[in-house]
Design a protein around this ligand. Structure first.
Ligand SMILES: NC(=O)c1ccc[n+]([C@@H]2O[C@H](COP(=O)([O-])OP(=O)(O)OC[C@H]3O[C@@H](n4cnc5c(N)ncnc54)[C@H](O)[C@@H]3O)[C@@H](O)[C@H]2O)c1
Length: 441
């Protein structure tokens, strides 16, 4: 077994924590991942990744076999002997919009309880500005004997589900917010292998690091909502939103990323982070209504798609609608706040029967919305349906046999919620095609 550089604990082995743990192990550190979900830990101990993320299973197996990565359901194992412990538990939304930080507090108390001396505790979860301040008071109350030994660092995560491993191993930047040279030095050593490969490490104060994460997610959501609002306008003006986005995106001040009109954003981050950021601003006495507007336009994107289906089918009662793609985006089986499921609920509540297909997220979707039928094959989904709605642009949908789909469908109607299909091909085959933000036929 090769000697490992730094012993590191990761508390919360979900989408972020598990990727972080595997990535750190692959950098040569000795990592213990801890989670309070016993079932998850049992799977991990057995060498199984509990969710779909490309490449993660192979690297996890490799790192477990080489002895650099292990899992536990007790925090003592993640803390004792570690120089750094990451907290990467969930920070969901309260009904007020505020981030619910109970898991962060619980995890921090647990870590403090087992700490034996000098330890850097890293906020990896996305948290509102001011959380480190709260954590510090909590740690001091829990362990007055280690008041000067327990350091807080904010190291927000920018990975994207679907390419999480690449994002963790080749990040565009690593952001470290800390207060002491000792903490910065520890984090520089931890991320040394990535810095040596050319990755940029940015050092700031803690409040700046915390705020940068919320500001980044809010800005990305803003870009998506901006182009979706432009799509609504294009539909009324007879313009083509994809051509508009192309014309805008070639301006290097704007850039082409996140200018794809469609059903809008979902997932466990953008909706909750936007709400939390607005609440945070308001708590600091600054009103930021732009953020609420971004969320409103995002809701409108699903409304607009539902309206297209209604317009194409007339009455939804007794109609069967096939949704292609149920994950909140391609490359993941995560269906948290997936626009496809919001649309499914909407169409179902208006009397349609809804059948869905997704390459990997079918089971999760069925758990979230059991009223929907979920099938394992796109052609089965199309069978006797009156309309297909493309909700999530998985690459495999580019390879569909449209003649076969047409023969399965009751009506040859496609609503393209991601402007993914080749319009010319569908026209040649005699489909009625309804894209987003541009004229259909
Ligand atoms: N998912 C993403 O793409 C992404 C990207 C960047 C940042 N983030 C942020 O990272 C954080 C985690 O997100 P996620 O998607 O990994 O969530 P997740 O729900 O997938 O994972 C959270 C894990 O924490 C565990 N947990 C909860 N309380 C615990 C406790 N007290 N002790 C130990 N384990 C506990 C849960 O069992 C779960 O396995 C959130 O703040 C999120 O906003 C997520």
């Amino acid at each position: 077994m090769t000697e490992r550089h730094m012993r590191t604990g990761v508390v919360g082995t979900g989408h972020v924590g598990l990727v972080t743990a595997v990535a750190l192990a692959s950098m040569g550190h000795e990592v213990v991942g801890m989670d309070s979900d016993q079932e998850k830990v049992a799977k991990l101990k057995d060498g199984q990744v509990p969710f779909f993320e490309p490449g993660l299973q192979d690297l996890l197996t490799k790192e477990m076999e080489s002895g650099g990565l292990s899992f536990s359901s007790t925090s003592s194992e993640a803390v004792i002997g570690s120089e750094v412990v990451f907290i990467s538990v969930a920070t969901p939304t309260r009904s007020s919009g505020e981030a619910n930080l109970v898991a962060v507090e619980d995890a921090a108390k647990d870590v403090a309880h087992h700490a034996e001396g000098s330890l850097v505790i890293v906020e990896k979860s996305t948290v509102p500005t001011g959380t480190a301040h709260r954590l510090r008071s909590t740690l001091r109350r829990e362990r007055p004997d280690l008041a000067d030994e327990l350091e807080i660092v904010c190291n927000p995560e920018f990975l994207r589900e679907g390419s999480a491993l690449r994002d963790a191993l080749e990040p565009e930047r690593i952001l470290i917010g800390a207060e002491s040279e000792r903490a910065f030095a520890t984090m520089r050593r931890l991320y040394g292998p990535l810095v040596d490969r050319g990755c940029e490490l940015i050092e700031t104060d803690i409040a700046t690091a915390e705020l940068t994460k919320h500001a980044s997610n809010a800005f990305l959501a803003l870009k998506i909502s901006f182009i979706n609002a432009v799509a609504r306008l294009c539909e009324r003006a007879g313009a083509d939103v994809d051509a508009v986005a192309d014309g805008m995106g070639r301006d290097s001040r704007i850039g082409p990323a996140f200018l794809n009109a469609g059903l809008g954003y979902g997932g466990s981050c953008f909706p909750k982070d936007l709400a939390a950021f607005e609440r945070l601003a308001s708590r600091f006495g600054y009103q930021f209504p732009l953020l609420r507007e971004v969320a409103r336009i995002n809701d409108e994107a699903v409304d607009a798609c539902a309206e297209k289906v209604r317009e194409a089918l007339w009455n939804l009662e007794n109609k069967r609608i096939a949704l292609f793609g149920l994950a909140f985006k391609p490359g993941t089986d995560d269906v948290r706040f997936a626009p496809a499921l919001t649309l499914a609920r909407r169409l179902w509540s208006e009397g349609a029967s809804v059948v869905g297909y997704d390459p990997v997220a079918g089971d999760n979707a069925l758990q979230e919305f059991p009223e929907m039928e979920v099938v394992k094959d796109p052609y089965e989904a199309a069978r006797d349906a009156h309309c297909i709605v493309l909700c999530t642009e998985w690459n495999e949908f580019a390879e569909l046999d449209f003649e076969r789909l047409k023969s399965e469908l009751t009506y040859s109607i496609i609503v393209d919620g991601r402007n993914f299909f080749d319009a010319q091909r569908l026209e040649d085959l005699g489909f009625s095609y309804h894209p987003t933000g541009k004229p259909g036929f």
